[in-house]
Design a protein around this ligand. Structure first.
Ligand code: FPP
Length: 256
């Protein structure tokens, strides 16, 4: 009997991982985690069960990102539009976030993960806001992976906020509009200091950006996978990185 490590599937998986590693991994991978509800519905379970399984996929994905040498991972955990979901589901999602912040931060810290949050955090309960600040502070010096969690995030709102700041600076005489360039504008975005995403993955077969990182995605490779987010794992991450590597080789402008 072949051991699990030598089954054809395991060998193919190891090979895919090796291929994904051989090419330079993207410095920044961003993921639109979609399909929790459909995953639950397919099993006759309540939607919250899908979100819970989605958190497990988050834990897996963070570990994989570190293993694969990705420097920055952004996860779209809660969009500004998600507040319009039924109150019970919003409570489930914010409850999972609260639990995640309390239960997972220590492990993230041990793994050398730096947490950063983008989005309008002022809309969350105060205890969550406090935990977010504490988690960012606790992990601020870590360097294995920057985990950016987009919470109550919307790309258009982010661009408007940056534009407002620029307009106010100009009105106050602190900025000459003629000197505003893309780099200066980007410093007003919530992602200031982070590299733009090289690769954006969306699960569940939908092929939209849904207001995610609109400015930052200008040159990103987009990969849409048919897997539902709770099922996302090593083979899917490797497949997305391999697809990214193929596109890099084809267009070849960047080192890799
Ligand atoms: C999309 O599935 C997913 C979300 C709206 C939320 C993603 C949240 C998590 C994975 C858990 C919370 C994360 C953290 C970091 C604590 P959907 O509900 O839109 O699925 P559907 O399109 O199949 O209905």
């Amino acid at each position: 009997m072949a051991s699990h490590g030598h089954t054809p599937a395991a060998l193919a998986e190891a090979d895919q991982t090796a291929t994904a590693r051989a090419a330079a991994p993207p410095a920044h991978v961003a993921i639109i985690m979609d399909g929790n509800g459909r995953w639950a519905a397919a099993r006759g379970l309540p939607r919250v069960a899908g979100h819970r399984a989605g958190v497990e996929a988050v834990r897996r994905t963070v570990r994989l990102a570190i293993e694969m040498g990705v420097g920055c991972l952004t996860l779209y955990a809660f969009s500004s539009e998600n507040w319009r979901r039924p109150v019970a589901e919003v409570l489930d999602l914010t409850g999972l976030l609260r639990h995640f912040l309390r239960a997972e931060i220590e492990e993230l810290h041990q793994r050398g993960v730096r947490l950063r949050v983008i989005g309008d955090r002022s809309r969350f309960d105060e205890d969550i806001q406090r935990d977010l600040v504490a988690a960012e502070r606790r992990t601020a010096a870590n360097a294995n992976l920057t985990l950016v969690v987009a919470l109550s995030y919307g790309g258009r709102a982010e661009i408007v906020a940056a534009a407002r700041a620029v307009a106010e600076a100009a009105l106050a005489g602190r900025l000459d509009p003629a000197r505003l360039d893309e780099a200066a504008f980007a410093r007003g975005l919530s992602t200031a200091g982070l590299p733009d995403p090289d690769l954006i993955i969306r699960t569940s077969g939908e092929q939209r950006l849904s207001n995610f990182l609109l400015w930052q995605s200008a040159y990103a490779e987009l990969v849409f996978l048919d897997v539902l987010w709770p099922d996302f794992g090593q083979p899917h991450f490797a497949e997305a990185l391999a697809e990214f590597a193929r596109r890099e080789r084809r267009f070849g402008a960047r080192p890799g």
